[in-house]
Ligand binder design. Structure first.
Ligand code: GDP
Ligand code: MG
Length: 170
């Protein structure tokens, strides 16, 4: 099995951290500041079971409340070129659950692209497990995800499983 997967999501959700965790190398710059990844970065993971090339898409800083068209266009054009999409989110902070307008905008466009899309909930180390299910339900209403995979890219929790899930769909 072999193929291409795009890492798509708003700035700071952990796309570059995930790429590094998958490849075991520091290919992509990780930073608490958005806008760190300016160009696409390709990381290839080769295992006995198969090979996947992951594309880390640029994250561009988004002014509050304003949709960043460039970021969305970059994400969508990457999605068009791959076999499947990993759509990353981070758990919302505080009590309120919400699909942010920025995520909704990308999801609407992704639906038209029509590639198998996985919801990757990153940073699960930062929330209680009880918050996961409502989050999965909320996003499940927004988009027909092929599968939901909770991970912590930083702790490398669930990352191997995610790789196997991706391979299973190629
Ligand atoms: P990107 O903009 O989507 O590429 O996000 P980065 O990979 O640059 O990560 C943004 C910030 O989130 C950095 O400070 C990371 O250390 C942090 N981060 C990434 N993954 C995790 C995770 O699994 N758990 C936690 N707590 N923080 C994370
Ligand atoms: Mg990045």
């Amino acid at each position: 099995r072999a193929g291409f997967a795009a890492l798509i999501g708003r700035p700071n959700v952990g796309k570059s951290t995930l790429l590094n965790a998958l490849t075991g190398e520091k290919i992509a710059i990780v930073s608490p500041k958005p806008q760190t990844t300016r160009n696409r970065i390709l990381g290839v993971v080769t295992r006995p079971e198969g090979q996947v090339a992951f594309i880390d898409t640029p994250g561009i800083h988004q002014a509050k409340g304003e949709l960043n068209r460039y970021m969305v266009e970059a994400a969508i054009s990457a999605a068009e070129e791959v076999d499947l999409v990993l759509f990353l989110i981070e758990p919302p902070q505080g009590e309120t659950l919400d699909v942010t307008p920025g995520n909704r905008a990308i999801l609407e466009r992704l639906e038209k692209v029509g590639k198998p899309t996985f919801l990757v909930i990153n940073k699960i180390d930062s929330i209680p497990k009880a918050k996961l299910l409502p989050l999965i339900a909320l996003y499940g209403q927004e988009f027909p995800f092929a599968e939901v995979v909770p991970i912590s890219a930083r702790e490398k929790d669930g990352v191997d499983h995610l790789f196997q899930v991706v391979l299973g769909h190629l």
